[in-house]
Design a protein around this ligand. Structure first.
Ligand code: PLP
Length: 425
């Protein structure tokens, strides 16, 4: 379709933009060109509290009327409240926050903070990861979205993140797999000069590339390596934070505490564009006597702060973290039922209300290869909207979804897969 629009649409050829419109959204639903659909990806896996939450909208409105903006050389009660509330949902080793306007920008600033604090330069991150679209975050990114940042900045090193499904039984246990990847990483660190490395960035559960959950002991092993070589461990919780995986933050599924956490998306459910870098007390203290060479005009924007405070209240009031954990178990069971029914499903990966269905290559009904865009269109026609990538379908509804709604939405998925695989189409 010819794009007559004056607006760029990210990550696509502009002529491929279909021109669909969302003009209304409410709770777990969106209306696409007037058709009501379950929002099974919470838009970009960010609208965790659902659409048009009146309490958060009111808090933003009130802040806007009171005082929308002040320069960051000053303080204001809502800034302090937002910082305290973010730290309040984290273990108490974290002492300071640096607010940003996006997840990419959180990672940009985390790179700078890590370099300033350690005095070291190199940054490790994994293939198959996504950390953002700006130059620094793009250099961290391990998937092909990095390529627009090529040839890449000096000092960004990639390592392989263990992927249970694609390693196709090469390892007898999680422990064996973790040890294999940890040994490789240790060698790589030594070869890169163990005293030159500022930080290892990783998504504790790889998100956009398909909910890749690391094997047992892997993140603990990374933590040990970081301690051994005095490297900072940075967890990118932009997508996995804020209850998405059934804990406030995904790292809490393991016995680890990263030194730095970056997050965004669910923090305000994107009611305001906002992100944050959270640091432990050692890093926080360092900047008492060293200049923090970071800043931006919209730093700690008051509307973002108000949205953060109000959103955290909503998470607590509606028990959204618990709901994600509980309904995540149901989601896992239901998706695995579909896996046993449809042999084209290769893998189900699910943690909280964060799931991926990975289809086997070259099998999709009568088609030659998996065509996720085709499946997504079929689903949308039946009122189930979601995102997909390569041969992976994401399922990540707003955390306010209830049991009946979840089952109703999964029924749509099941019936579309049945039409595809059982009846052929
Ligand atoms: N990090 C992760 C893990 C993400 O999933 C994303 C976005 O999807 C980002 C960083 C970038 O965040 P933003 O799009 O807000 O810049």
């Amino acid at each position: 379709m010819e794009n007559a629009n004056s607006l760029f649409h990210p990550w696509m050829k502009q002529n491929d933009f279909q021109g669909k419109k969302i003009t209304d959204a409410d709770g777990i639903y969106i209306w696409i060109d007037g058709k009501k659909c379950f929002d099974m990806a919470s838009q970009s896996i960010n609208v965790n509290i659902g659409h048009r939450n009146s309490e958060v909208i009111r808090a933003i409105q009130e802040q806007c009327e009171k005082l929308p903006y002040i320069y960051s050389g000053f303080s204001n009660p809502i800034m302090d409240e937002a910082a305290r509330d973010v730290l309040g949902v984290l273990p108490n080793i974290y002492k300071k926050v640096y607010f940003t306007n996006s997840g990419s920008e959180a990672n940009e600033n985390a790179i700078k903070l890590a370099r300033m604090y350690t005095g070291k330069q190199k940054i490790f991150s994994s293939y198959n990861s996504y950390h953002g679209s700006t130059i620094g975050a793009g250099n961290l990114t391990g998937d092909q979205r990095r390529l627009a940042c090529e040839p890449g900045q000096v000092g960004f090193i990639k390592f392989n993140f263990p992927d249970k499904y694609h390693s196709k039984g090469q390892f007898r246990s999680d422990k064996e797999m973790s040890n294999f990847y940890l040994d490789l990483l240790r060698e790589q660190i030594i070869d890169e000069g163990q005293n030159n490395i500022a930080a290892i960035f990783l998504e504790p559960i790889i998100g956009g590339n398909g909910v890749i959950i690391p094997p047992d002991n892997y993140l603990e092993g990374i933590r040990e390596i970081c301690n051994e070589f005095k490297i900072l461990m940075v967890c990118d919780e932009v997508m996995t934070g804020w209850g998405r995986t059934g804990k406030w933050f995904a790292f809490e599924h393991w016995d680890i505490k990263p030194d730095i956490i970056t997050t965004s998306k669910g923090m305000t459910s994107s009611y305001v564009a906002f992100g944050v870098v959270v640091v432990n007390e050692h890093i926080a203290k360092y900047f008492d006597n060293h200049v923090l060479m970071c800043g931006s005009t919209n730093y700690a924007h008051l509307l973002g702060c108000a949205a953060t405070v109000a959103s955290i209240k909503v998470y607590k009031k509606l028990n959204l973290i618990e709901n994600s954990e509980l309904l995540g178990k149901l989601l896992n069971v239901e998706l695995n039922k579909m896996k046993s029914k449809y042999h084209s499903i290769g893998d189900i990966r699910c943690k909280g209300l964060f799931a991926a269905i990975e289809f086997k290559d070259n099998v999709m009904g009568k088609r030659d290869s998996v065509n996720i865009a085709y499946l997504i269109n079929l689903l949308e026609e039946k009122g189930f909207w979601t995102l997909g990538r390569r041969n992976i379908l994401m399922i990540a509804p707003p955390l306010i979804i209830n049991r009946e709604q979840l089952l109703e939405s999964l029924n749509i998925l099941d019936s579309v897969l049945e039409d595809l695989y059982m009846k052929g189409s």
